[in-house]
Design a binder for this molecule. Structure first.
Ligand code: DGL
Length: 270
């Protein structure tokens, strides 16, 4: 892209969730151009094996690199937890995942405290959050919430079923302690952040909800500005989806908080 002013950044998630990270990135890096890939045909990653998640994530990362990305943002906790090393080995550009920034944000705001991590089954099984939390002096309880991604992908944000599911998950998780912070360890969950906070209060918890979008965007800005001068100008983006382009436009606009027009279909194989 010869007329561009700023860097090209690839942003990747299994679906729409990573758009919450793109939303936080857009106002931060002047003149940047974003290539967003949602691997919607192969979602959910959170219920799959490490080998499958790594294969899918590496294919997506390579696509974005080949398309001109100079930086890569893994806007998916599951891919970060299970495939960060494989992705870094597959592309020769700086790679930022979502887990470390959110754990550091929690540590800064609630040092040496107890935190609750809500995430997909695969992320929880990897214990990436627990390990990293422990290394910065936090005690983490991890709770797998496998039903939340399908509910969010369905657009059931204010739906009674989502309320019931949240009540069950949070009641179970809060039975194990009194966290100071609840970390949204899946980029789909910011869409139901208000509902999660409301349910926490209903269940008597005062925990602060922290999502990975802002913390990750701040880290990406730091990485980019360490390598090149910050420029002026609006950021631009284009999207790629491996499943329905129409669904991506409709639901993606909800996640991004603005209308998405330009979505290209992409076939990454099975
Ligand atoms: N948004 C992804 C994450 O942050 C998970 C969605 C999925 O299970 O594919 O973990």
């Amino acid at each position: 892209m010869s007329s561009r002013q700023g860097p090209v950044l690839g942003v990747f998630d299994s679906g729409f969730g990573g758009l919450t990270v793109l939303r936080a990135l857009l106002p931060r890096i002047g003149g940047a151009h974003y290539l967003y890939l949602g691997d919607t045909a192969r979602l959910p990653y959170g219920a799959k094996s490490q080998a499958t998640i790594a294969r899918y994530a590496v294919e997506s990362a390579r696509f974005l690199g080949d398309r001109g990305a100079e930086y890569l943002v893994i806007a998916c906790n599951t891919a970060t937890a299970l495939a960060l090393d494989e992705i870094k080995a597959a592309v020769k550009i700086p790679v930022v995942g979502v887990i470390e920034p959110v754990v550091r944000a929690a540590q800064e705001r609630h040092p040496a405290s107890e935190v609750l991590v809500l995430a997909t089954a695969a992320t929880v099984q990897s214990h990436s959050y627990a390990r990293l939390s422990e290394s910065v002096g936090l005690r983490a309880t991890e709770k797998a919430c496998p039903l939340l991604v399908p509910l969010v992908e369905e657009g059931w944000i204010d739906h009674p079923v989502t309320q019931d599911v949240l009540k069950i998950y949070l009641t179970e998780a809060l039975g194990k302690g009194e966290p100071k912070a609840v970390l949204l360890g899946c980029t789909h969950y910011p869409l139901i952040e208000a509902q999660i906070t409301a349910m926490l209060r209903k269940l008597g918890s005062t925990a602060e909800v922290i999502d990975s979008a802002e913390a990750t965007a701040a880290e990406v800005e730091r990485v980019v500005s360490a390598r090149e001068a910050v420029r002026q100008g609006e950021a631009t983006f284009e999207c790629f989806a491996t499943d329905s382009v129409e669904k991506f436009r409709r639901l993606g606009s909800l996640f991004l908080g603005r209308q998405i027009e330009d979505v290209q279909h992409l076939d990454l194989g099975g």
